[in-house]
Design a protein around this ligand. Structure first.
Ligand SMILES: NC(=O)c1ccc[n+]([C@@H]2O[C@H](COP(=O)([O-])OP(=O)(O)OC[C@H]3O[C@@H](n4cnc5c(N)ncnc54)[C@H](OP(=O)(O)O)[C@@H]3O)[C@@H](O)[C@H]2O)c1
Length: 304
């Protein structure tokens, strides 16, 4: 019998039963796990909270798998007990995050923040904007979110180039950036935060972009050097759409709030209403695989 632990009663209701047989217990990851929770073999992480403490996790003696419903796994890595498989929620938030990236890019391109400001003043002030037709867009990443963004932009005939780790058809690598940046009209960041991507978009990266280029970050704030971006925004050279920032949450009074040509949303890319439904579709699929002894999806650590 597999003991599956989920963070809320609502999620227990969504799961209904355990594919392959088992029991569902509820623990939100805070405080001490009770005796029934201590028998957990398959833990679903709390999407709306942080990970449990390392001490609390260590009390789950039979723990084999941690399934997260987020794409990012960074906070879990330091507390994950040895030998436990960690799977992320790749795909759960991909569609909604890609949606917001495209919304943000189109808002910049079509000057929606300016029109919203004009509307507030009761002003009818037309201006001509560029469109996506032939616009050169670099999408950093070629994974779930990146591909969805690229596919959506290509519907409007944008010229999309993916930049990722491994070169393959229509995917270039970071080593090609010096050639790609000077002609990129927009850069969309859809990369995980890792040692290699932290601070990737620094002053030199931004300086290589042409005047008027747009930067969209829906991935992680620390991939971009905030100070370097603020400097470029103040120069009026670039515009940006940011769903993620460094620091995050962005504190009151931070220079980004008042920088020109930046549109900020408070890390809401993945958090649309459908995430639980999609998340528990993934959990059911994983439990079915687990019961059959098949390879799990989205393994980021451990694996068996
Ligand atoms: N704003 C939000 O609410 C929100 C929601 C969900 C996710 N996110 C963020 O978005 C990120 C991407 O999610 P995803 O589901 O698209 O991930 P994914 O499917 O795993 O794709 C990641 C992509 O990044 C590339 N990559 C990884 N390390 C790289 C490196 N060092 N240099 C160049 N490319 C590298 C990979 O390249 P290869 O293909 O060559 O391996 C892959 O194409 C997540 O990690 C998360 O931080 C944000």
């Amino acid at each position: 019998v597999t003991i599956v632990c989920v963070p809320t009663a609502a999620e227990r209701d969504l799961l209904e039963d355990v594919p392959g047989g088992g029991r569902v217990v509820v623990w939100d990851g805070t405080g001490d796990p009770g005796a029934d929770v201590a028998e957990t073999e398959f833990l679903v992480g709390n999407y709306l909270g942080g990970p449990p403490s390392a001490e609390a996790l260590a009390r789950l003696g039979g723990l084999r798998v941690v399934q997260l419903l987020s794409a990012g796994v960074e906070p879990w890595l330091p507390v994950l007990p040895d030998g436990v498989v960690l799977c992320n929620g790749r795909g759960v938030h991909g569609g909604s995050t890609a949606e917001l990236a495209v919304a943000g890019l189109l808002s910049l391109l079509r000057h929606l923040p300016d029109f919203a400001a004009a509307q507030e003043r009761g002003e009818w002030s037309p201006r001509t904007a560029d469109d996506l037709d032939g616009l050169r867009v670099l999408v950093l990443g070629a994974g779930d979110i990146a591909r969805r963004i690229g596919a959506a932009l290509r519907v409007f005939d944008a010229e999309v180039t993916y930049v990722a780790r491994t070169a393959r058809e229509d995917v270039r690598t970071l080593a090609d950036l010096p050639h790609l940046l000077p002609s990129a009209r927009a850069v969309v960041i859809a990369l995980p935060l890792t040692e290699q991507t932290r601070g990737l978009v620094d002053a030199a990266f931004l300086a290589a972009l042409p005047d008027g280029a747009m930067l969209v970050n829906i991935a992680r704030g620390r991939i971009v050097h905030t100070d370097a971006l603020v400097a470029e925004l103040r120069r009026g050279r670039l515009s940006a759409f940011l769903d993620v920032t460094d620091p995050e949450p962005l504190p009151a009074g931070h220079p980004l709030w008042t920088a020109p040509n930046v549109l900020i949303t408070p890390h809401v890319g993945g958090g649309t209403t459908g995430w639980r439904r999609r998340g528990y579709r993934l959990v059911r699929e994983q439990l079915t695989r687990y019961a059959a002894g098949d390879q799990l999806l989205n393994v980021v650590e451990g694996g068996y």
